[in-house]
Design a protein around this ligand. Structure first.
Ligand SMILES: *Cc1c(COP(=O)(O)O)cnc(C)c1O
Length: 424
């Protein structure tokens, strides 16, 4: 590791949890942050859409293509063996990152979206019938709504939705009421990409398991910010995307308990997912390969492994502590601006701040901020039903990462003042 994420932890402190993050040093690891946009230093606050990549990730991908590009699991030659080892090492890194019991419980997919579609297709095909129900919440990303709608339409099943309160928290009693003997799966987001709400996944899983219902967790927004422990959560399935945890695009993870994955039929057919093929009968490969048909994004998988190494060196506890401080600072600063209304004020929140400005469309907010070099997301954030719940057409969203600073938050505040001046 070149820039040495470990060294970014301030010297003089010894115990992991006590070491604070040295954000200026961390920023050195992210070349993209050094540029100017419209003549102003870039302030990147769109981390919930995708995160930036440390140089170690960029170099891991490049090294693969420069030095040992080859296909995995097939060749006996040296390059193929190196590629296979790096690919499978990444699987073990993810296993430890999520604290899964076994590496074969980690399936590589394209991202959270594909992970959820895989479960809807494979688990759904076998276990969901007419009259059955799938239970989600009102704060889901479209990726955790539409695959279930497709399944429900095909099967004559029904999608049930647990409501959220005005703070943007799922109403637990309503969720429990919706759980019943027809429920075949609960699928909930760990952290809302719009509201920042952290859902009580452990309690959700307990309630579902009392009814013998498995739980899939959409972890796209949780994995970059919280220590995820799938065994402690006891969730049955967990989905995440590499590109939101500082890794490359085009790769993601579905964790599943081995028994459940083994019982699921394959998702796609092709090479690598079989152990033998004849026109009479094809024998499927063991998990996780049963779900990994075709040549995967090998370079990105290796890059994901490098991203995990990077996060581990920073320490997710340090990241969470720093981000919490930054979130509080930003929440206070933004709520103090007259005309700003926060959307999502849950008591348990991660680094996402959605807001609307009185009488000004979110897109205008985003456009003016862009002129100031500030990247925020505006729109419905792939969660249109949630926008309806809060009766807003769109919000502006600033989402923080550990490389953001209080000075950047101050720039955002100044930018919002400018928006108000222009449109107010
Ligand atoms: C980004 C996101 C997704 C989709 O992830 P992809 O990487 O685009 O597949 C799903 N759920 C949540 C909560 C997200 O933030």
């Amino acid at each position: 590791m070149k820039a040495g994420a470990a060294e970014a932890l301030s010297a003089g402190e010894h115990q992991g949890a006590e070491r604070a993050l040295d954000v200026e040093r961390v920023r050195e690891d992210f070349p993209i942050l050094k540029q100017k946009v419209h003549g102003k230093p870039l302030v990147y606050l769109d981390n919930a859409a995708t995160s930036q990549k440390p140089v170690t990730v960029i170099e891991a991908e490049e090294r693969f293509y420069r030095e040992y590009n080859s296909n995995i699991h097939r060749g006996v030659h040296q390059l193929s063996e190196r590629a296979t080892k790096a690919y499978e090492d990444a699987r073990v890194k993810i296993q430890h990152f999520l604290n899964a019991g076994e590496a074969r419980e980690i399936v590589f997919v394209r991202g959270t979206t594909e992970a959820i579609n895989l479960v809807a297709a494979a688990y759904g095909r076998k276990n969901v019938q007419a009259g059955d129900e799938i239970l989600i919440t009102a704060m889901e990303h479209h990726s955790n709504i539409v695959p279930w709608q497709i399944l429900c339409e095909e099967k004559g099943a029904r999608l049930r939705v647990a409501p959220v309160n005005d703070r943007g928290e799922m109403i637990f009693e309503e969720f429990e009421k919706l759980l019943n003997s027809r429920t075949r799966l609960v699928s909930v987001t760990h952290v809302s990409n719009v509201l920042g709400t952290i859902n009580p996944v452990r309690e959700i899983v307990e309630a579902a398991h009392r009814m013998n219902v498995p739980v899939l967790v959409d972890g796209a927004q949780a994995a970059p910010h919280l220590k995820v422990d799938v065994r402690e959560l006891d969730c049955d399935l967990y989905a995440m995307s590499s590109h939101k945890i500082f890794g490359p695009t085009g790769i993601g993870v579905l964790y599943g308990k081995a028994r459940l994955l083994e019982a699921m039929p394959p998702y796609q057919g092709g090479g690598d997912m079989i152990s033998s093929v004849s026109f009479e009968k094809t024998i499927y490969n063991v998990i996780p390969y049963k779900f990994e048909a075709g040549t995967p994004n090998i370079a990105a998988t290796i890059g994901l492994g490098a991203a995990i190494d990077y996060i581990n060196q920073l320490g997710l506890d340090n990241v969470a502590a720093y981000e919490h401080e930054l979130l509080e600072y930003a929440t206070e600063a933004l709520s103090g601006i007259p005309g700003v209304r926060m959307v999502g004020t849950a008591r348990q929140k991660a680094s996402v701040i959605s807001f609307v400005l009185d009488g000004i469309h979110a897109h205008d907010v985003g456009t003016v901020l862009d002129q100031e070099g500030i990247a925020v997301r505006t729109g419905h954030h792939c969660a249109q039903p949630l926008m309806e719940r809060f009766q807003v057409p769109a919000t502006a969203r600033a989402s923080l990462a550990f490389y953001n600073t209080k000075e950047e938050v101050d720039r955002l505040v100044a930018g919002i003042e400018k928006v108000k001046h222009i449109f107010g």
